[in-house]
Design a protein around this ligand. Sequence first.
Ligand SMILES: [Zn+2]
Length: 460
Amino acid sequence: RAVPGAGVPAPGAGVPAPPGGRGARAAPSRVAAAAAARTGEAGAAGAAERSMAGTGGGAKAAGGARGAVLTRRGITLRVLLRDGLLEPGRGGKKFVGDLGSDGTITWQETGQVFNSPSAWATHCKRLVNPAKKSGCGWASVRYKGQKLDQYKAAWLRKHQPNVPPPPEEPGRGDRTLSSADGGAAGKRLEIKPRVPVRYCTLGTRDSARNPQTLVEVTSFAAINKFQPFNVAISSNVLLLLDFHSHLTRSEVVGYLGGRWDTNTQLLTVLRAFPCRTRLGDAEAAGAVEEEICQSLFLRGLSLVGWYHSHPFGPALPSLHDIDAQMDYQLKLQGSGNGFQPCLGLICGPFYPGNPGVESKIAPFWVMPPPEQRPNDYGIPMDVEVTYIQDGFLTNDVVQEMTLLVEFYRGAPDLVKFQELWSQDQTYLDKLKGSLASRTPKDQSFTHVLEQIFSLLKLSG
Ligand SMILES: [Zn+2]
């Protein structure tokens, strides 16, 4: 009956020994797994499980949860509620188990014993929704009101302070630090080079796999299929998101606004909405989102996708990106109103493998795994798009660019635009070169851009 995340007691003082840790074991006590009960809202409830981490639940938590915008990559419950894609309500189911001194969990309802939170969570989730895939098991089980993965993170901070954090990427909200065997203590974060793998080498979902693993995209032609929708993107959209992606060494994220025409099956992307937030800044995330919702509404646009950057890596989706994209597709598709696509864009501004100065901006979409292999990852598909060169630079875009420069001014991860990017080009040259192909036809805007560039030179 309880909504996931609601009504759970506040975490007690002091962090108990982490489940599965090598040291002192937690005394036998209660753990609770939350799962979506109404299959129609499985996606939404799934998101609630994740984004309500460590909060008391309720409407405020949905929008203001820790890094709501960044960790969930743009499209959050608040946005979906506003756009009428979701309705607030109760409808989760809660399972209660006893944590044994040996680290096992005994499910109270049946007495079944599970060796790990993931095994138990997966079992419970499948009872509620047989189509539910495994994943984020630790994040769906709470101990004294707090998610287990947070205990795990706390343990790592305490015992392995010298382990560098993994490369920053928004969306590590469901950080899966170890495989589902509960032996968290022995395993840990690993920094893996981001070498892309081919989809066909992935096989079944494996929680031990680094969610940051990059995956090559597949073309529809290669699998003898037609792209299920057409896409047109305005050059101003690319200009703004490319600009945003260049500003910082950290990943950035934003929304895409536009229109979906069911008759022509054409998705038109007309506007980028950069999130001016820092990773983990919950307060700001909520406010920024609010502003973007308002912006979309005032312009009569719909939410049609999201973008994010891989500052120094290839513009290919990670396993995490694939799952996030799949989630968003399901959410935007809604229920009953027919198909509405959701486009993902990845911008790789400083990847050394790009030819020339132009950032690679890769549109992608995810195809569900084959029916007979439901436990595989979704298939990241290359999306063909038509670029529409805008006639002029809108005030909107100029204003967004100025606000972005202000936002990142003086930040430690601000790109130092006067420094050399290559032998004979500064980062500023690189930025200008990348934007050149995305500027509007009307050259009278060149001076406006130059003004913004001169601000950048000063803000380092
Ligand atoms: Zn990514």
